[in-house]
Design a protein around this ligand. Sequence first.
Ligand SMILES: [Mn+2]
Length: 424
Amino acid sequence: MIEESMIEAANATLEADLDADYAGLGARLARRGVDIEKLTARAMSFGVAIPSWGTGTGGTRFARFPGAGEPRGIMDKLDDCGVIHQLTGATPRVSLHIPWDKAEPALLLEKAEQVGLGFDAMNSNTFQDQPDQPKSYKFGSLSHTDALTRSQAIEHNLECIEIGEAIGSKALTVWIGDGSNFPGQTSLSRQFERYLDSMKAIYSGLPDDWHIFSEHKIYEPAFYSTVVQDWGTSLMTAQELGPKAQCLVDLGHHAPNVNIEMIVSRLIRAGKLGGFHFNDSKYGDDDLDSGTIEPFRLFLVFNELVELEDTPGLDLAHMIDQSHNVTDPIESLIVSACEIQRAYVQASLVDREALESYREVNDALMAAATLRAGFRTDVEPILAMARLRAGAAIDPVACYRRSGYRARVAEKRPKVTGSGGGIV
Ligand SMILES: [Mn+2]
């Protein structure tokens, strides 16, 4: 972790400027009838979970180029996640992936407490073969033609729930790589039936206060068809399973230009939106950092969430899921958490009353302008003030670089040489 005194010293040099910027923005917002303190309180209440796997350098199927001080295992990952939360004040929980993060639950809890974190949704992995597993997932897992392979995948998911229960998690996210690479290779309908049957078996092992999230993805690793390819299939799954089943929307898992904010709106209408995996993409699921390519789309997603935030039962799991191939993962996760929080705050300052009145009289131009006024507002002083008040860093990346954390852990963590990549 980073010394508190170091964060305080870094903040001390920036505080006067921040106060001036905050006061200026506060005055501008007041003229629009917006109370800056309410926005700052909202920023402080916002949290997004860090994916444990995001703390390692990601890769493509071509290569992976690990950086210095790569985490050796879950305990190192939790250290890194602790630093991200320490500096941003916006990432209070970690989402684990099993079996990658398997460890004694008592030790996980002890470490999480040490670094000031809790646990978010659990993630199962039936898209890879583990060294000791009897059945291969080469041709699928939960939807495999072979009953024993399906059972093995179901058992693994039940084990993820068991581990999650021991560490205070309340949800399981299921994403499968099942699909096909050739037309005719599989029965599209029977494969889906087998998937549903397997999901029902997992659902029956779900504790009462848990949720199961089905995560859709348009393609890859299967390149012709994917069993849970879009939100329609995900919604059908969630509806068929029951009230504890919901859909998880990973922003990168859609075709380019798909209107994701509409999917968000529809899933909330159906009472089936469970959470998000935030990231960004240019072409396909290339897992770029949140807010780097299409910040306006991120804002529009949050606009739906804020507009519908009083919907009964809406309780979303916000998680990041992206691949950091060319940056220090800690820096990317810091910036991404702040970008996600930024979109939330920008969406929160949209004048909803005005927007609604323009909609009612079909004033498309002013409705769009009202929405854009939120997106165009530079809310950085609000985010920085939220961090300062939470004891985090006004400028988290600068503070992180000055701390020398990466060089320090690199001394303890052995150098990892390049290897074939792969990230979900
Ligand atoms: Mn995902």
